[in-house]
Design a protein around this ligand. Structure first.
Ligand code: ADP
Length: 397
């Protein structure tokens, strides 16, 4: 079955068509600047990337353009829409309602809407994509795969905040965690690579991209993760602050004359390694700046690494030990220097890095030495494939 995987944001939409049998990507791309002007990127497997500037006033028009590209006589990969057996949608926040992926129905959409207050930037945009696909492919079964679902196994002591309990009861104020699809996929792959039973491993996954989070996976279940009610908690990220004293938020807002929206915008978009360095949120730019002697770029990278290191220590404690540590996403997969800097401080866990293995890129690889007590791996994440698998499992049930 071919599965169309959709990751819909407020003005952009990423898509892939995956053959669920071979797990090959048949085509992929994205729509950008939806509602502004519009740009379609389309790339069939083994073919050239095509970029088309075309008006996309709505998400429905954007998805129609994706469908037209997929069915294009010369460069398309399907002849008719019947060849799309299912659509899998990434949905950011499932609250406590969704501990697993779910088939899309009116009730399910309502339940996602009810979680929207917890993710006002993401869930409404995800649902716009769902509705647009429903209109264009009314007969095709669809599933929603949640970023939060994998973390619903966290125990109460991990997800409760130290605030009045009635805020949890009344408003759902608690840690939810995100990147669940990635943490689940990567921890499973690590078990497969190590040839160990997934249900018996203590794994720490470091998903280090623009958004970044660490997850403790014990016996196949997420038991803690660094993001919280929203993706702002935890690590220092590209542009997000991560953990910060709440009093600092009030203090900065007062000093800068910002209201709540203004200071939240600073914490989400102008902080993190961008905020510290004043250079960029992109680690490639930071590396270049650091090599050119920029001290703040160095400070930003060090602070980023230190926060990852602290979470690894915390999660080794939370699980009473750790068998393997995985690095994934843009930085985790590609930046061996950062991996090495983090792991250099993990000698107390009996970790040693094999520099030759650590220099490899783009493949699943064990980067620790054979005698390292804890195995360290690089596992490229594949959220789209994970969404396609979940979707097929639900549709075929
Ligand atoms: P997101 O999906 O959260 O937007 P990514 O997982 O793509 O983010 O990660 C983006 C980060 O990964 C950037 O800081 C970038 O520097 C880094 N990155 C991506 N590709 C490479 C690469 N080939 N070499 C070094 N760093 C990379």
């Amino acid at each position: 079955m071919n599965v169309l995987v959709i990751n819909c944001g407020s003005s952009s939409l990423k898509y892939q068509v995956i053959d669920s049998v071979t797990e090959n990507v048949l085509a992929k791309g994205l729509c950008e600047r939806i509602g502004i002007d519009g740009r379609l990127v389309y790339q069939p497997a083994g073919g050239e990337k095509e970029i088309t500037e075309a008006a996309m006033p709505t998400h429905k028009q954007a998805i129609q353009m994706v469908i037209d590209a997929l069915m294009n006589e010369k460069t398309g990969v399907i002849k008719s829409l019947d060849e799309i057996g299912a659509v899998g949608h990434r949905i950011v926040h499932g609250g406590e309602k969704f501990a697993a992926s779910a088939l899309i129905s009116d009730e399910m959409i309502q339940a996602v809407e009810n979680c929207s207050e917890l993710a006002p930037l993401h869930n409404p945009a995800n649902l716009i994509g769902v509705r647009a696909c429903q209109e264009l492919m009314p007969k095709t079964p669809m599933a929603g795969v949640f970023d939060t679902a994998f973390h619903q196994t966290m125990p109460e002591e991990a997800y409760l905040y130290g605030v009045p309990y009635e805020y949890y009861e009344k408003y759902g104020v608690r840690k939810y965690g995100f990147h669940g699809t990635s943490h689940s996929y990567v921890s499973r792959r690590a078990a497969a690579v190590l040839n160990k039973p997934y249900e018996e491993l203590k794994t720490i996954v470091c998903h280090l991209g623009n958004g970044a989070s660490v997850c403790a996976v014990k016996n196949g279940k997420s038991v803690d993760t660094s993001m919280g009610l929203s993706p702002l908690e935890g690590l220092i990220m590209g542009t997000r602050s991560g953990d910060i004293d709440p009093s600092a938020v009030e203090y900065m807002a007062k000093k800068e004359g910002l209201d709540m929206e203004g200071i939240m915008n600073v914490l989400n978009k102008k902080s993190g390694v961008l905020g510290i360095s004043g250079v960029s949120s992109d680690f490639r730019d930071l590396e270049e700046a650091e090599n050119n002697g920029n001290p703040r770029a160095k400070s930003a990278t060090r602070a980023f690494n230190y926060r990852v290191l602290k979470y690894i220590g915390a999660y080794a404690a939370a699980m009473n030990g750790v068998d393997c540590i995985c690095f994934t996403a843009g930085v985790g997969e590609n930046n061996g220097v950062i991996r090495k800097q983090i792991c250099d401080n993990l000698g107390y866990l009996g970790i040693a890095i094999d520099d030759e293995a650590n220099a490899k890129r783009g493949e699943e690889v064990v980067i620790s030495t054979p005698d390292s007590k804890v195995k360290v791996l690089v596992i490229p994440t594949n959220e789209e494939l994970a969404i396609a698998r979940e979707t097929v499992a639900l549709v075929q049930k």
